[in-house]
Design a protein around this ligand. Structure first.
Ligand code: ADP
Length: 467
């Protein structure tokens, strides 16, 4: 910890900057401030958003990375090393810009580095030409890992990349692109276009010079992008989309309660629930429900909400004020209906929301993805397990699912019937391992192939392998 503190301390009050990185052009003039979601008085830095004209110039300047595969792999590995060398700045920016706790920031760095090295390794044996120009559009909730995963895959395959980070997190993206350039990625092969979805995102996904799009974000935005691509781009232009989820967990009466509670806390409240994989709807078998929920709410009361910079923080803030207001209204409605089982106090400034437990009849009551530390709970009878599986499948989403049971036949029964990308048994439902346990969803949750899996890179080439 002392080493981490020493490495990140110089960046505690530093100001970072994100500007469009377009090969060979000048800077735009609009400048916006970015503030720490845990403390709005902390100005983390500034961003100069790209304009539609900047998108045009970047597209004109884009050149696929024509180095041989061995060179591309070497450069990406060098970038991975640079990421590791700069962990202090990365932890600091991820905490201050995205409100992520230290364990989250460590996870971000590890995953990003794993993506770089994994795709570097795959690039060496890839026997296919690039597609050309790839637009990579990423979300704020994994502002380093997902950003780097998309960009490094597209680059490993030899494409020119135009990267558009989320409007909330351009600083870490700008920092990462700086390291990638320093490692040797040419400036015309990797350009950065910070800015909002409606301007930069829409311009990128409506331009016929773009030969492929990698997108992670909401299902709704994925649909908008798919429509725009269909209207404006060559037929068959790939859209690789990772989208939302309505993720459930079943805890049956044979589960180990202490373990299940611990795993629920991580699944629902780590990153303040701002993970697409996070647990949203918990099904508890009715004969254990009373005691189990008492144990769960007792544990929720122990969670520490606070500044993600602090080592002792379990739950950080929401990304922005609008998210907090949205949830406040959502929870107020549930409270008025007498369905809030537990909620706690929140620390002063900052966009904090207490972990909250809300009773629902079942997952069908969740009309949308709830992207915060809000867990819904329903109960089921011993003979209702197939009805629960049916309700989960009927949402149309299929990202993550958790099961706590110590009956082998039941584990197999559930696994055979649920259409989800990632299934977690007797553990928390977060995390993936680049290379061996890749991450991705089914149905409304994404197009596949899974990021960090054997087929992902091929989608960035002109010779796709099976999805
Ligand atoms: P979230 O709810 O995570 O913010 P979004 O899908 O809105 O999800 O955002 C994910 C990414 O998609 C962000 O980089 C955002 O700017 C971008 N985006 C939003 N709207 C559009 C759009 N119409 N076209 C292209 N990209 C968009």
């Amino acid at each position: 910890l002392a080493e981490i503190e020493a490495a990140r301390a110089p960046h505690r009050a530093a100001r970072f900057e994100a500007v469009p990185l377009i090969a060979g052009t000048a800077l735009p003039d609009e400048v916006l401030e970015l503030r720490n979601p845990a403390d709005p008085r902390d100005v983390v830095g500034t961003v100069s958003p790209a304009s539609a004209a900047d998108v045009d110039r970047a597209l004109a300047a884009a050149r696929p990375w024509d180095a041989d595969p061995a060179t591309r792999a070497e450069v990406l590995r060098r970038a991975a090393d640079l990421y590791e060398d700069h962990f202090g700045a990365i932890f600091a920016i991820v905490a201050r810009e995205a409100g992520k706790s230290l364990p989250d920031a460590v996870g971000e760095l590890r995953e990003a580095v794993d993506f770089l090295r994994y795709y570097a390794g795959q690039a060496e044996t890839l026997d296919a030409p690039p597609r050309g120009v790839f637009a990579c559009i990423s979300p704020w909730n994994f502002p380093l890992a997902i950003f780097t995963g998309q960009v490094s895959a597209a680059l490993a395959a030899g494409n020119a990349v135009l990267a558009k980070p989320a409007e909330q997190t351009p600083l870490i993206a700008h920092y990462a692109v700086g390291l990638l350039h320093e490692a040797g990625v040419p400036r015309d092969a990797l350009q950065l276009l910070p800015g909002d979805g409606a301007t930069v995102g829409a311009a990128l996904t409506a331009d016929p010079r773009v030969n492929g799009v990698a997108f992670t974000g909401s299902t709704e935005t994925a649909r908008i992008i798919a429509r725009s691509m269909a209207e404006n781009m060559a037929p068959g232009t790939p859209l690789i989309a990772e989208t939302g989820g309505l993720n459930a967990m079943i805890v049956d009466s044979t589960a180990l309660p202490e373990q299940a509670v611990r795993d629920i806390l991580a699944s629902s409240f780590q990153s303040a629930g701002q993970r697409c994989s996070a647990l949203r709807c918990l099904y508890v078998q009715e004969d254990i429900a009373d005691g189990f929920l008492k144990m769960l709410t007792g544990a929720m009361a122990e969670l520490r909400l606070g500044d993600p910079w602090d080592f002792s923080t379990d739950v950080g803030p929401l990304i922005e004020a609008a998210a907090k207001e949205d949830f406040a209204a959502y929870i107020a409605k549930a409270r008025a209906e007498g369905r809030v089982i537990w909620e706690g106090d929140v620390p002063g400034a900052g966009h904090f929301l207490s972990p909250t437990l809300i009773r629902v009849p079942g997952i069908a009551a969740l009309e949308r993805e709830i992207f915060g530390p809000v867990l819904h709970v329903a109960t089921f009878a011993a003979d209702e397990i197939d009805a629960v599986i049916g309700a989960i499948n009927a949402t149309g989403y299929g990202l993550t699912f958790g099961l706590h049971s110590r009956i082998d036949d039941r584990v197999q029964h559930v696994a055979d019937r649920l259409a989800v990308g990632n299934l977690y048994v007797n553990r928390n439902q977060i995390g993936a391992i680049v290379g061996s346990q890749p991450f991705g969803g089914e149905g409304l949750s994404g197009t596949g192939p899974k990021a960090g899996g054997p087929h992902y890179l091929a989608r960035f080439t002109a010779r796709p392998a099976p999805a």
